[in-house]
Design a protein around this ligand. Structure first.
Ligand code: XMP
Length: 532
């Protein structure tokens, strides 16, 4: 059995009095199921399928959803279902492999069919039961399976079929066990949200109270309980995660929190001022803003290798942060801050296999990744939240839309977008201005939120041009704009030609050193989003 990660065991992210547990059998949509449940207003956590039945019983969720997965119930070593889980008296909904598992365990017939069923399919409802009541008898659904259920287990009703699945939905109301072969969590199943909602409310009796306001309330309570009257420090990066985390902590413990904003001079135009003004002026959060541009430029002098740049920036960031923490401690007296706020998200927790408890520091490749010998206890108020929930909480707390919807920006900032050469102040300024023009036009065109990222790259090359009858030798600006869901894959954005023309001519007209603008049309893979 897969061991349960410490974070999950400690109820690391559990944040609501009623929850739905999604047991992850390795399906590609498992995370999405938890998100959709939350979209319905019910807190949901994803746990590895190996979690013991006793532990589940102790957690006492309102319902359990068994996710899909790549295995066949007949395969050796395939994840199994503990029959006792079906006897806890907690409603269970099996999806895809999850349905096959429970059908198989309860004496129904699952077999490998001649052909699999992948993609769009038509669902024919014979008997709506509780799960499909009130929904059209013919509807589209999304399938992705090879093994197929041919007979429902004794005591179950077979509710529906599809072209390739004689039994595509089953239920046993008396025992509270339900199964659907299709995926209600994907957009290609139009009635999927309604089916999930029916399971949550009609079957599990959930109240649907999970929303941004309840998250704020619950997290405020938790932060107060954790921190007491201790001092807290938070490194602000200007991104939405650290901003929302800081605001939540400030809401909970007020001036016990001090934020430290290290301006390394590698930010986008006006970004530093926006952060300082939002936190200091609007929210009145105690903030130390450190202008460390000079220090970072020194460290970057002569550095051209991208990894060396990252190291130089990361190392210097830690030094500056430590110095500031020390200075604060001296001013405040005592041992200074005992707690450090981290904007760890639920997706980070899931990606790191459930996290390693309180010691997890969001390392990634983020400049904000601080070493653990800083000896702070972590406060992670976003540990239970998906990115869209973080945004909703940010709006709830009054964070300006500009900060809430900010596109991701790498910790080492503009320095890693100066490619093949040194990140000098002059080049950084040029890149910053080019980036500003791009963002300005993208926003004006109403496309900012549609794009995962849009930015400029400045390669260390010059090309020949002709401007005003004169031969020029100028920089090339690369425009990169991508769409993506999670940065794991990305597609280049099809920006309108007219917009591209405006961007290019503004850059060439407004930036003397630039005489050529090109567009990067590489998807990921094979490219990466950033150039370095
Ligand atoms: P790539 O270039 O690997 O980027 O496709 C995926 C996502 O990660 C961001 N990224 C970084 N973020 N420090 C960061 O904090 C970095 O060194 C770094 N490199 C890439 C990138 O912007 C994209 O969103």
């Amino acid at each position: 059995m897969t061991p349960v990660p410490a974070a999950a065991r400690a109820g690391g992210v559990a944040a609501a009095s009623e929850e739905i547990v999604v047991l992850d059998y390795g399906g590609q949509y498992s995370q999405l199921i938890a998100r959709r449940v939350r979209d319905c207003g019910v807190f949901s956590e994803l746990l590895p399928h190996g979690v013991s039945t006793d532990e589940l019983a102790a957690r006492g969720p309102r319902g359990i959803i068994l996710s899909g997965g790549p295995a066949s119930v007949y395969a050796e070593g395939a994840p199994r279902l503990d029959r006792r889980l079906l006897e806890l008296g907690i409603p269970v909904l099996g999806i895809c492999y999850g349905m096959q598992l429970l059908v198989h365990a309860l004496g129904g017939r699952v077999e490998q069919a001649e052909v699999g069923e992948f993609g769009r399919s038509e669902l024919h409802v014979r008997e709506p039961g509780t799960l499909l009541a009130g929904l059209p008898l013919e509807q589209t659904c999304w399938m992705s399976h090879r093994d197929t259920v041919f007979e429902a287990p004794p005591g179950f009703s077979a509710l529906a079929s599809s072209s390739a699945s004689p039994v595509a939905a089953v239920e046993d109301q008396a025992r509270g066990i339900y199964g659907i072969q299709f995926h209600p969590e994907v957009v290609h199943t139009p009635y999927g949200p309604e089916i999930l909602r029916r399971f949550l409310t009609e079957v599990c009796g959930c109240e649907r109270t999970w929303c941004a306001a309840s998250i704020v309330q619950e997290q405020t309570r938790r932060i107060r309980a954790q921190v007491g009257d201790g001092r807290v420090i938070c490194g602000l990066s200007g991104g939405v995660d650290s901003s929302v985390a800081a605001l939540l902590v400030h809401r909970a413990v007020g001036d016990q929190l001090t934020c430290v904003f290290v301006d390394h001079g590698l930010m986008r135009k006006d970004e530093g001022e926006q952060v300082v003004s939002a936190f200091q002026d609007t929210f009145k959060v105690p903030l130390v803003a450190v202008d460390a541009e000079q220090r970072f430029l020194e460290k970057l002098r002569g550095v051209t290798d991208p990894e060396a740049k990252r190291k130089a920036i990361g190392g210097e960031f830690i030094r500056v942060f430590e110095e500031e923490a020390g200075r604060l401690a001296a001013v405040q007296g005592g041992a200074g801050a005992r707690y450090l706020v981290q904007g760890t998200l639920y997706s980070d927790v899931i990606e790191s296999g459930g996290g390693t408890g309180a010691a997890t520091i969001k390392s990634h490749h983020n400049v904000g990744g601080l070493p653990d010998d800083l000896r702070f206890e972590l406060v992670e108020p976003l540990r239970a939240l998906f990115k869209d929930e973080v945004r909703a909480v940010g709006l709830e707390l009054g964070l300006p839309e500009r900060l809430v919807w900010r596109q991701p920006f790498p910790g080492p900032g503009l320095a890693i977008r100066i490619v093949g050469g040194e990140a000098t102040k002059q080049r950084l300024n040029l890149l910053r201005e080019a980036d500003h023009i791009l963002q300005d036009e993208i926003r004006r065109a109403g496309l900012y939120r549609e794009l995962w990222q849009s930015f400029c790259v400045l390669p260390d090359v010059r090309t020949v041009g002709v401007q005003g009858d004169e031969r020029t030798y100028g920089y090339v600006i690369v425009v990169r704009a991508v769409t993506s869901d999670d940065a794991m894959t990305a597609d280049w954005a099809r920006l309108p030609y007219d917009l591209l023309e405006t961007i290019a001519s503004r850059m060439i007209n407004e930036l003397r050193e630039v005489n050529r603008v090109v567009l990067d049309i590489t998807s990921k893979p094979p490219g990466t989003i950033e150039w370095e």
